[in-house]
Design a protein. Structure first.
Length: 414
């Protein structure tokens, strides 16, 4: 499968590629052009109904057919995941001001939000359904049959709040009433942290807590509501603590990573990147008012990125999708056939690319710039150099790659 949906993440990956290419002023490498080519594939090749804003998540690369879910059919889809793609279009449009694509992307996001508002009814608890039929009607089954116990409590619905808040922030559409009602349904329950992943079933998932913090922080400013902001910190960000691994487990480098959930404890790296981004956004939010707390959250995010950096393989920087320290997915799926170890597969836009977003946020908003002559340089809060880029005559030359030095590990660490 490929496309903009969940694990395929073409719009999100293209956005992150474009962000990082702009930051590094990559010139001849043309990262920006590659990112726009991927975006155009989503915009122009049949994934989006521009009249309604409905987004088909996937295309079967063997059959060529479009489908709505990872089971290669269109019986159901996750409305929150569609909202996530629409929000990614909104974010990417911010980077393309002046480009004719930007207005088109905002229009799609606005129409998608309207479709979700009109077609997707809330559950009995006031929260969003985890899955719906293509019509928007509730779909209560799991992908493998049987009733889904987390139909009313999946955190996937958070991304609908994120889309509504993002539209309001940009003055495109105002869903304040709906935003307040659905946020209240989330907070009065103590939070819905059931699996965002479409194929797992657990009441508490690490990425659900990270996404909840990020979304509710945005919502708290969109409404505005100090109570929602307090909930985001006290319940959502604080909830990440239960997933932290403070030691290496079974000979695998797990120290600093967060595992996914108790029923599936593998540490997936896109989820860890989302947690790092949550901590960095908290650090930026608190920097002026609570500097000590901000520095603590900054260190939390750095710890995660440094832990992720230990899981590259081969000469081209292959980044595993997950660190399977408990052999949950079984030995045959591990790099080198190790009983405990890194999974030998990845989704490039969800794993390798998703690491770019917290990295970019950190370099742009939190890292120090030491002002080295003829070098673009960034350091962390402890003075460790993160990235050096040599500049020649005010211009960054692309190759050779040796002009770039990126180091997430501390000096002396692998």
């Amino acid at each position: 499968l490929e496309g903009p949906g969940w694990a395929a993440n073409a719009v999100g990956g293209a956005y992150e590629l474009h962000l990082f290419g702009s930051l590094l002023r990559q010139g001849e490498w043309a990262w920006g052009e590659k990112a726009l080519g991927i975006l155009d594939h989503v915009l122009d090749d049949g994934f989006i109904d521009e009249a309604t804003g409905f987004i088909k998540g996937y295309r079967d690369t063997v059959k060529g057919d479009f489908c709505l879910n990872y089971k290669h059919n269109s019986d159901w889809f996750c409305p929150g995941s569609m909202a996530k793609v629409a929000y990614q279009l909104l974010l990417f449009a911010d980077e393309l001001e002046g480009d004719p694509r930007a207005a088109r992307m905002r229009s799609i996001a606005e129409k998608c939000a309207q479709w979700l508002h009109e077609k997707v009814r809330p559950c009995s608890n006031g929260w969003f359904p985890r899955r719906t039929a293509p019509s928007g009607e509730h779909y209560r089954k799991s992908p493998d049959g049987g009733d889904d116990a987390f139909f009313e409590t999946s955190a996937d619905g958070l991304f609908i709040l994120q889309l509504w808040a993002g539209l309001k922030k940009r003055g495109i559409a105002d869903y304040s009433q709906q935003l307040a009602e659905r946020t209240a349904a989330f907070t009065r329950s103590g939070g819905h942290f059931g699996s965002i992943n479409h194929d797992t079933y657990d009441p508490h998932e690490s990425v659900a807590y990270a996404a909840a913090f990020r979304v509710l922080l945005q919502v708290s400013y969109a409404l505005p509501s100090e109570a929602v902001r307090a909930f985001a910190y006290s319940k959502c960000l604080a909830g990440l603590e239960q997933f932290k691994m403070a030691e290496d487990r079974n000979g695998v480098a797990t120290k600093g990573l967060l595992y996914m959930e108790k029923s599936w404890p593998t540490a997936y790296l896109w989820e860890n990147a989302e947690a790092a981004l949550a901590y960095f956004e908290a650090a930026a939010d608190l920097r002026a008012s609570m500097p000590e707390a901000a520095r603590r959250h900054e260190r939390d995010g750095l710890t995660i990125l440094r832990a992720i950096a230990k899981h590259h393989h081969g000469p081209h920087g292959f980044l595993t999708e997950g660190v399977d320290w408990s052999n949950h997915v079984s030995q045959k799926h591990h790099v080198g056939g190790e009983y405990f170890g890194d999974i030998q597969y990845t989704e490039p836009f969800l794993n390798n690319q998703h690491i770019a977003e917290p990295t970019h946020f950190y370099l742009k908003n939190l890292a120090r710039k030491p002002g080295v002559p003829d070098v673009m340089a960034w350091e962390d809060l402890e003075g460790n150099r993160i990235l050096d880029i040599m500049i020649h005559g005010g211009r960054i030359d692309s190759p050779p790659r040796s002009k770039y030095r990126f180091q997430w590990s501390r000096p002396g660490e692998r």
